[in-house]
Write a protein that binds this ligand. Structure first.
Ligand code: ATP
Ligand code: MG
Length: 264
């Protein structure tokens, strides 16, 4: 469960550069809810995810995960509860370490009192099994340096590392945007499978209307630091990308940047 109550975040307050990135956002995701988030550039989507992750502390409002108020909890302490995958495939993994070493670090992050950092035989088998689900053959390349992988392969690995620890909340910030259409479709499918398999409470930002409709059971539209429209599962299923664009325009007063106009 993720509950945001009346969250406000202002950058550079009381200066000429003051920016109100979030303006009283409230939203509640039940356990296993998967909400896609769309909105124009600067709408506050990444800031919202950063507040959930603990990178930014809001001036106002509270963040609760599983009924536990984490508003004041430091980012590194929240890391065991909150996983994230960014747009940049280079951001989520360590290139100079092997696939296996990257997985071991992620595994450890989710279990602060776990089996230690050493890679045991059982752990290696677990990693191999998990990698098999990606269907990229990476299970046979445990010793390969991650820097040698393609962007799509790295993003698939980032996604696996973010999800196999079963975080309380999964945050995805345009995590397919840097990939070509084939790889983007693969990562979309893997995302849906991982969320389903682990029943993860998920917030996913995308600029792709079709992806926002295809994935998840809820859709949120952000504009000028707030959620201005919510589409539920049934309405989402029946909606086309053009209809969504239409609703988006109406909810945001017609302001649609070029990057938001991705209908396929
Ligand atoms: N670290 C920061 N310092 C100052 N201002 C920031 C910072 N991060 C975001 N902002 C400002 O807050 C507002 C919301 O930014 P945010 O990155 O959340 O938008 P976004 O919805 O993710 O946009 P995009 O679709 O372009 O990624 C913008 O006006 C932005 O300039
Ligand atoms: Mg952003």
């Amino acid at each position: 469960m993720l509950e945001l109550t009346d969250i406000s975040k202002v950058f550079f307050p009381h200066t000429v550069n003051e920016r109100r990135a979030l303006d009283g956002v409230s939203v509640r995701l039940a356990s296993g809810d998967f909400a896609t988030v769309i909105g124009s550039n600067g709408a506050g989507k990444s800031t919202l995810l950063n507040v959930v992750a603990g990178r930014y502390t809001p001036e106002k409002g509270t963040v609760a995960i599983d009924d536990h108020d984490v508003t004041a909890m430091a980012e590194h302490r929240r890391a065991a509860m909150v996983s994230r995958v960014f747009q940049d495939p280079m951001a989520g993994t360590a290139p100079h370490l092997t696939i296996e070493e990257n997985l071991a670090i992620a595994y450890q992050r989710g279990r602060s009192h776990g089996l230690g950092r050493g890679i045991t035989r059982a752990k290696r088998e677990f990693f191999r099994t998990e990698l098999t689900t990606l269907e990229l053959g990476l299970e046979n390349r445990l010793g390969a340096k991650v820097g040698m992988l393609s962007g799509g392969q790295r993003q698939a690995l980032s996604l696996l590392m973010a999800t196999f620890v079963e975080p309380r909340v999964l945050l995805l910030d345009e995590h397919t945007a840097a990939l070509d259409p084939t790889r983007s479709a693969l990562i979309s499918r893997l995302t849906a499978e991982a969320v389903e398999r682990h029943r993860l409470t998920t917030l996913m930002v995308t600029h792709n209307m079709q992806q926002a409709l295809d994935l998840g059971n809820r859709l949120l539209v952000m504009h000028e630091g707030n959620i201005v429209l919510e589409v539920d599962a049934a309405a989402k299923q029946a909606m086309t990308a053009d209809q969504l664009l239409d609703q988006f325009r109406r909810a945001t007063g017609g302001e649609v940047s070029d990057r938001t106009l991705l209908t396929e």
